[in-house]
Design a binder for this molecule. Structure first.
Ligand code: ADP
Ligand code: MG
Length: 697
């Protein structure tokens, strides 16, 4: 049997059911159907005693003898009530619908098995609309005591009798037809990890004979899912490496050396040095680099990126750096100008607001090679922007760009430039391994020396004065303060503190002329926003009241306090990003999380996490636990994370194991030519899309 067989070949499935399965569940082939796993199981492995029943239990089954039955109530309230007794007590089974049929089937003195959810009412235990069968000792001995699969179904499917039971029937029919030797993983792998066979696993995941059998099946199928995904990702990396030769930066030149020895005013951290070595290695061995650089806000990624760009320029290439917002692009531009000083390299900035004339000049100078380094926003990837020879491209806050945008940078040259994508939103290791499984990952996990960890406090409304006190004290010391609100206008429902009301309040607390306030929010015109920002940057104002527009980009080392209002409404990564705006100088900095006293459990956990740690990776892990992989910033719309069984939040150890195994496998057999890996090669050949063998020239 071929699992690619369309489901209309499954006996007993009408045309209309086939269409429904396709439309409602995306099930087209035998394989799709067999991989439609139950979402839970009902425990029919044991019988409960009446005295042990309570309303906290899920569906359970009980054996009892029918004592009596009666039709009670009138009209709407008419119901069939059957009392059932075992040696420990009596309970009631109740039906409001289908009375007649049940009434006929069940008679006093019968021994029955009732399966349903226990309710407690006035000290009595009952089950509404339970499933009832006449007790059959033989059937029980033959193994009807199982975990019963429950499948997700839809109303349309249910109407066509494809409810959970209906899907169960299809699955059991299909499983019977599976060939005994049906397998996707090579024998050596199965033996090495003591996996059960694929056929056995499918059988047990649909119809587990016991909890242990289910565990074995789940493990095997998760293993396979992660293994094949890693195989695909790492294969893509190999293919790319073979297809694209990279520029060779053969030497470390004078600009790099001058910068390092004369211009750089601080020592690089050992993490920064390590990353530079990793990139240096990548750029001299003739393959095209694709590297993700992760590091907390303020960990010094920009300097590293800049030095890499110098390396490219010294070797006769151009470099560019793309940022998601104009503010950030400008910031990078001025940082780079500052780092480099005059006459060192030729640098330009290109954004949406660059004038036509300047734009034309830049286009020309890029083509003739007189601009070494271009900083910019999306404007950078427009078609008119062409380089003489772009050797190194940096993308900052890469998760804010789509895949296509990244690809467009790639295509600026015949030979793609080395790519360094950076993110200050640390991604948990497991996610990185999957989401960026085809990239190399560098991590800066160390802050520059002399930085004091930011102190984070969580205050409730009644402690507001304490917060104001801290602000006054810091401003008296010459420092500056951010106060951030989640939204610009209060929605009546959400009971947020209005930004405007907040500003009123703050202006009264911190009056002129002693205190000056900058106000920045999303509704301002860009020019006004810039003006207000600059006042704060220059130190003309002490307080910046803002919505989250400041999340990226503002760099004011003198700012030492970050107040976040309604902090419970922000996600963890956003809170962490905001906090990263302070703590950039040598002074002690503070982050104050303001919230109401009523917060959801998850909200509380977020705030506790923030108070406990400054470590972006730890925060990212908690975020993953709280929200699941699909909701982590930067992972939206990523099909890769739509795993069927595995869960990246809990299956980290398995994922690590599997990835290491795949790496080892490719080291030994990069093209899957060995006979022992035949099944894996077939897996690729079967895939119509993605990176297949046929695409390799
Ligand atoms: P990131 O981009 O990772 O948020 P930046 O590169 O903007 O961080 O660095 C933050 C600040 O720290 C900048 O002012 C930068 O000049 C400074 N910096 C970077 N590396 C070091 C270092 N090794 N020692 C001291 N200061 C550093
Ligand atoms: Mg940065």
């Amino acid at each position: 049997m071929n699992l690619k067989t369309p489901i209309h070949h499954l006996s007993g499935l009408s045309e209309s059911k086939v269409l429904l399965l396709q439309k409602e569940l995306n099930i087209f082939t035998f394989e799709d159907l067999i991989s439609y796993y139950p979402f839970r199981y009902e425990d029919r492995t044991r019988f409960y005693k009446v005295k042990d029943l309570h309303s906290g239990l899920p569906n359970v089954q009980v054996i009892g003898r029918i004592l009596s039955k009666e039709i009670a109530g009138e009209k709407q309230a008419r119901r069939l009530v059957i009392s059932v007794k075992d040696e420990t007590g009596v309970m009631e089974l109740v039906w409001f619908k289908g009375l007649r049929w049940i009434d006929k089937m069940l008679q006093p003195r019968m021994l029955v098995v009732a399966f349903g959810k226990p309710n407690e009412f006035g000290g009595k235990i009952s089950m509404a609309h339970p499933e009832v069968e006449i007790y059959d000792a033989k059937a029980v001995r033959k193994g009807s005591l199982t975990l019963q699969p429950v499948y997700n179904s839809t109303q349309k499917l249910k109407n066509a009798f494809l409810d959970s039971k209906g899907i169960q029937r299809l699955q059991s029919a299909l499983i019977l037809q599976l060939p005994a030797d049906y397998e996707t993983l090579p024998k050596w792998l199965i033996e090495k990890y003591k996996l059960i066979s694929r056929k056995q696993a499918l059988q047990s995941i649909h119809f587990p004979a016991s909890a242990e059998a289910l565990d074995g099946a789940t493990y095997r199928l998760k293993f396979e899912e992660l293994f094949l995904l890693q195989l695909k990702l790492l294969r893509a990396k190999i293919v790319r490496g073979e297809r694209f030769k990279g520029f060779v930066f053969s030497s470390v030149g004078s600009r790099f050396n001058t910068f390092y020895t004369e211009k750089l005013r601080f020592d690089l951290t050992s993490a920064q040095k390590r990353v530079l070595r990793e990139i240096r290695y990548d750029t001299q061995r003739g393959v095209q680099m694709n590297r993700l650089l992760q590091g907390d806000v303020g960990s010094g990624k920009t300097v590293v990126a800049f030095m890499c760009m110098l390396l490219a320029i010294d070797n006769g290439y151009q470099a560019c750096m793309m940022a998601p917002t104009e503010i950030l692009a400008k910031q990078h531009y001025s940082t780079i100008r500052e780092l480099a000083g005059d006459g060192f390299i030729t640098c330009a900035i290109l954004t949406g607001s660059t004038s036509k004339k300047e734009r034309r000049r830049i286009h020309e100078s890029l083509i003739d090679g007189s601009i070494h380094l271009l900083v910019g926003t999306h404007a950078l990837i427009e078609d008119e922007v062409r380089f003489k020879e772009l050797g190194f491209a940096v993308i900052d806050e890469q998760h804010r760009f789509g895949v296509e945008q990244r690809a467009r940078l790639w295509k600026k040259n015949k030979v793609p430039p080395h790519m360094l994508v950076m993110t200050a939103t640390p991604i948990p290791r497991t996610l990185a391994m999957t989401l960026y499984g085809d990239l190399d990952v560098s991590i800066i996990d160390e802050l520059p020396a002399g930085r004091k960890p930011i102190q984070t406090l969580h205050l409730v409304e009644s402690q507001r004065l304490k917060m104001y006190g801290l602000i006054r004290r810091e401003i008296a010391l010459g420092r500056q303060v951010y106060i951030v609100y989640p939204l610009i206008k209060e929605s009546e429902k959400l009971d947020l503190i209005h930004l405007e009301a907040g500003i009123d309040h703050i202006s009264r607390q911190f009056p002129l002329p002693q205190y000056a306030i900058s106000i920045v929010h999303g509704k301002l015109k860009p020019a006004d926003k810039e003006f207000e920002m600059q006042r704060f940057v220059k130190g003309e104002t002490q307080i910046m009241v803002a919505t989250t527009v400041i999340e990226v980009g503002v760099n004011v080392p003198n700012a030492s306090v970050m107040v976040i209002e309604n902090a419970e409404r922000f996600g963890l990564s956003q809170l962490h990003q905001l906090r990263g705006r302070v703590g950039r100088g040598a002074e002690q900095s503070f982050c104050i999380l303001m919230s109401g006293s009523k917060i959801s459990r998850e909200g509380r956990k977020r705030l506790e996490t923030m108070v406990r740690t400054n470590d972006g990776f730890e925060i990212a892990e908690t975020d993953l636990e709280l929200r699941g992989p699909g909701n982590i910033e930067g992972t939206e719309q990523s099909g890769i994370l739509e795993l069927n069984l595995a869960n990246l939040a809990v299956d980290q150890p398995l994922l690590q194991l599997v990835r290491a195994e795949v790496i080892e496998l490719f080291d030994e057999d990069p093209h899957l030519e060995l006979d022992k890996n035949r099944l894996l090669k077939e897996y690729f050949l079967r895939k119509e899309t993605g990176i297949g063998w046929n695409k390799i020239s």
